[in-house]
Design a protein around this ligand. Sequence first.
Ligand code: 4AZ
Length: 285
Amino acid sequence: MRRPFVRALNGSLVLAVVAGVIPLVSAAPVAAGSVVVGGFPVDISEGPWNVALSSRDRFGGTRAGQYCGGVAVSRTVVLTAAHCMGADVLGAPPNRVRDLKVIAGRTDLLSDQGQEIPVRDTWVNPGYDTSTNAGDFAVLRLAEPLAGSSVVTMASAGDAAYEPGTAAVVYGWGDATGGGDYARSLRAAHVHVLADALCERAYPGGDDGTYASGAMLCAGEAEGGGDACQGDSGGPLVAQGKLVGLVSWGSGCGRPGSPGVYTRVSDVVRALGWGRGLRGPHAVP
Ligand code: 4AZ
């Protein structure tokens, strides 16, 4: 995540490797135009809690200003990644980005489907550690409530959805090939929740980050394949119908041995006190 700009659902580097197109030892970024598959188009109705974060001022209008993902946890509260609120991504602190919005209810970014709702205020986890990437979450409060009941349920600690081997789906409008081909329409990829021991071995500490099981989970396929990528950050990883992760970081996209790393949602629930009902569900800190 050294380039903390958004990334997308990307696919099977493994196919290219098997086909001999890309040598297994290659650590280079996937080149534009290479044969990377995985991920599939979905309609927003299949994941209505998906939102796109947008600033046309900062990122231009060609993709409606989309640069990160997010997920609605109540009609006025969206979770995203802390790094999506970073000055290195936004070019300024979030409260200085006047046109920061969430786009909800829209599949194709360039359609006028759904709603664009201004972000009223942002809260970035003060415990976010930019060297390990632990605590990569932020809370956005919307200026108006989202239409309908497009809210996801968060999985608390101990939920079976966190068990290794659980099938999960990650969503986003990010890079669909690893080559900078940002999706215009929402995509999803199938992955599995992986064991902490495996994630620790994949990311024992390095320039990209350090796996910390209390604050992160990792997901992917042993042979590479479906994965989140740049542009998907902050978006949801859903298992058994519940939110388990927020797209956070990883080494490349869809590379064998380099699973995607997600902010562990049970740690967000714990850190914000949302599990205990003390301050009302989903109160913004
Ligand atoms: C990123 O830079 C990023 N393959 C997001 C997800 C992944 C890697 C990088 C996971 O935003």
